[in-house]
Design a protein around this ligand. Structure first.
Ligand SMILES: [Cu+2]
Length: 177
C-alpha cells in the first residue's frame, strides 16, 4: 500500500454513478433493472404502435445518461419470400413477403441494403418508402440491387412492395441516438 496511488473509489461507496459506465452499484436489484425494463417497454410500445399504424413517432433513448451510439455503417440483405400457397385463387392475398421485415438501426447510421428478388418466374417486386426516406427501387426477378441511404430521421417507417399489398411490407425502425 502506497499513499498517493489510490485505486479509483467504488462509485457505490460515495453515491456517485458514472454515466455510460456499466457499473453495478450495491443496491436493490429492482433499481438496477429499471432502465432495462423501461427500454424493453419502449421497444414493445414502438412495435405495437407500428402495428396500429402510428408511424414516424420519435423514439427517445430510455435514459439520458446512456452514451450516444456511435454512427455505424450497417449492411442488410433483404430477400423476397414466397409463402407456400397458390395466390391465384380469387379472394386470397398475395403470397409474397419480405425477409427480414424488420430492420433496426440508430439515427445517423449509414445503411446499405442488398435487395434480392429470388423469384424463379418473371415477377417483379419493389422496395418502396415514403418521405423522409422516399425511394422506389423496382427489382426484376432473379436479380439483385444495392442501394444506400442515411438514417437521418428517427421513428418507424414502412417499406413495401407496390405490387403485393398488404402482405409484402416491412418496417425500418430508426432508434433515437
Ligand atoms: Cu412484390
Amino acid at each position: 500500500m502506497t499513499l498517493g496511488n489510490k485505486e479509483p473509489r467504488d462509485p457505490s461507496e460515495v453515491g456517485i454513478e458514472f454515466p455510460g459506465k456499466r457499473h453495478t452499484p450495491k443496491r436493490a436489484p429492482s433499481n438496477v433493472s429499471t432502465a432495462k425494463v423501461l427500454g424493453i417497454a419502449l421497444v414493445v410500445a414502438a412495435l405495437v404502435g407500428s402495428v396500429a399504424g402510428f408511424a414516424a413517432g420519435r423514439l427517445f433513448s430510455p435514459a439520458a445518461a446512456l452514451p450516444r451510439h456511435a454512427v455505424e455503417a450497417r449492411e442488410y440483405w433483404v430477400f423476397t419470400v414466397v409463402l407456400p400457397f397458390n395466390d391465384n385463387a380469387p379472394g386470397l392475398p398475395p403470397h409474397d413477403y419480405f425477409a427480414p421485415d424488420r430492420i433496426t438501426v440508430f439515427q445517423g447510421d449509414n445503411i446499405t441494403i442488398h435487395f434480392f428478388n429470388t423469384e424463379s418466374e418473371p415477377e417483379n417486386h419493389t422496395f418502396t418508402m415514403d418521405a423522409p426516406y422516399a425511394m422506389d427501387h423496382v427489382l426484376p426477378y432473379n436479380a439483385t440491387t444495392t442501394f444506400t441511404f442515411t438514417a437521418s430521421v428517427s421513428g418507424i417507417f414502412q417499406y413495401r412492395c407496390l405490387y403485393h399489398q398488404p402482405t409484402m411490407s416491412g418496417w425500418l425502425i430508426v432508434l433515437d441516438n
